[in-house]
Design a binder for this molecule. Structure first.
Ligand code: CA
Length: 500
């Protein structure tokens, strides 16, 4: 096993991060060497999809030929992690290349003050735009607050910065977390300095696919950056009749059939986008990543986010720091650059997308990567480096509880946080903790993921030294992070109480 943790490196990284809180420096003095032609960059992102629900990751009852082809032509990562098991902090990590805990965010965001630090961050779109990329976010944003309500000319219910103030030239889609999928649902568009609200002319997932193809067609001379963030298969379970009818499996529940239809629609539109790249001769010069934002909602998540997703072979679901909440499918595709049909088993993070894309675009000098938590994947993909990309990853997630579900007290602090650390084959978890201090009613659990991917066999009593090592490493990481920035009481919010 590789060494666990370098405290010296961690301290050094901390010092750098404190001096560069605003993220990546974009000084004009930075000499940038352009490659010719610069690659187009595509993120295909899904929402609450189950880890085991696409064929390339062991899916059985939902045909996903286009995602499977993406994996067959690219590299499939088997130990990829999101930075948080819920939408907003997950997307913060993707767009910034940094842990959302650095922004004091450990849950979804419900108020402007919770976004204070995040709004100072350089985004991937900022970096690429300065390098001459045309950047579009099509689909779900969910980084301007938690509401899809539109007030005045604002793209969302809060006065947070919308996508076009975070580096994107174009945006069309939904601003909040949860949205209907049917034709006629309300959407927002910003393009060329104009803003409009309109009703979707099509089933939402197909409309986003259409918009993506049209963007690529318009920008075919490149370079472009497209962040295509499907809100499927997040609840509500709105699957087209024809997609439901196309699911051959007989022994699935009516809800699972609707979910399967939503995944099939995502897959169809991934196929349309990849076909468009091939049609325009852009496939060889486009770096694509496919990933899911957090674990599938499964059958146990809160009612409004339950979607029957299957995270097999992992236990847990969205909201959890168990593998079912944080391990995600992750595919990298770049013909001629990324080996085809191979699996990569080392630990990677969705924060790695930022430096991987920025470096591919020659938009990030080596010195600028020190502020990031993410690491460029290409040296690993090309075999120049080996092993885990991240020796250690940590999570701290506010516990999602319904009102009155728990009586506050030492055993159940409110708010409570679930803690987790992965290092090599090991994963340690401690549930229901206050942000600072310890709830001694909950001990650290320890799992050997190489033998027990479902985290069923707690080995903490057998390996106390490993528990000590991992727990100490976790708290070193935690001490780097700002304290949580609390949302105001629900009565003081400008919009209705949010849903994740
Ligand atoms: Ca999500």
């Amino acid at each position: 096993m590789r060494p666990l943790f370098s405290f010296a490196i961690l301290v050094a990284a901390f010092a750098v991060s404190q001096t560069l809180l605003s993220g990546v420096s974009l000084g004009a003095e930075q000499a940038r060497v352009s490659v010719s032609p610069p690659p187009n960059l595509l993120i295909l992102f899904t929402d609450d999809m189950g880890y085991g629900d696409i064929g390339a990751y062991g899916g059985r009852d939902i045909p996903t030929p286009h995602l499977d082809r993406l994996a067959a032509e690219g590299m499939r990562f088997t130990s990829a992690y999101t930075v948080a098991p819920i939408c907003v902090p997950s997307r913060m990590g993707l767009m910034s290349g940094r842990f959302p805990a650095r922004f004091g965010v450990f849950d979804n965001v419900y108020s402007p003050q919770q976004n204070q630090i995040w709004l100072q961050q350089t985004t991937l779109a900022d970096v690429l735009k300065k390098q001459g990329y045309r950047a579009a976010n099509i689909g779900k944003w969910h980084l301007s607050g938690n509401s899809s309500a539109h007030s005045g000319n604002e793209l969302g219910g809060f006065l947070f910065k919308p996508p076009h103030e975070r580096g994107f030239d174009e945006f069309v889609g939904i601003t909040g977390g949860m949205h209907t999928f049917w034709k006629g649902t309300g959407l927002a568009r910003f393009k060329d300095g104009t803003y409009e609200r309109f009703n979707s002319p099509d089933y939402l997932t197909d409309f986003f696919g259409t918009e993506a193809c049209e963007f690529i067609q318009r920008q075919k001379d490149g370079p472009w950056f497209l962040y295509l963030a499907f809100n499927a298969p997040h609840a509500p379970l709105h699957g087209l009749d024809e997609d439901q009818a196309a699911i051959d499996a007989k022994d699935i529940s009516p809800d699972r059939r609707k979910y399967a239809a939503m995944v099939r629609a995502v897959d169809r539109n991934v196929g349309r986008v990849m076909d468009k790249l091939r049609e325009l001769g852009l496939a060889e010069n486009t770096l694509t990543v496919f990933a899911n934002d957090n674990g599938g909602g499964g059958n146990n998540a809160s009612e409004h986010t339950r979607n029957t997703a299957i995270n097999r072979p992992h236990r847990g679901h969205k909201f959890d720091v168990l593998e079912g909440g944080v391990r995600v499918p992750f595919i990298l595709h770049w013909p001629g650059q990324v080996p085809a049909g191979k699996a990569f088993d080392g630990i990677v993070s969705t924060t790695d997308v930022f430096p991987t894309f920025a470096k591919a675009a020659s938009a990030l000098a080596e010195s600028e990567t020190t502020t990031l938590d993410g690491i460029d994947l290409m040296p690993f993909v090309k075999g120049e480096k080996s092993g885990h990309v991240h020796e250690t990853l940590c999570w701290q997630q506010r516990v999602w509880t319904r009102p009155n579900e728990r009586k506050p007290g030492p055993a159940y602090p409110v708010p409570a946080y679930n803690l987790a650390i992965r290092s090599g084959q090991w994963k340690a978890i401690k549930l229901d903790q206050p942000f600072e201090g310890t709830n001694h009613g909950r001990a650290w659990e320890l799992y050997d993921l190489s033998q027990d991917p479902a985290e069923l066999n707690d080995l903490a009593t057998e390996f106390p030294d490993k528990v000590k090592e991992l727990s100490e490493a976790f708290f070193v990481w935690q001490k780097q992070m700002p304290k949580p920035i609390a949302a105001p009481a629900a009565s003081n919010r400008k919009v209705a109480p949010p849903k994740p």
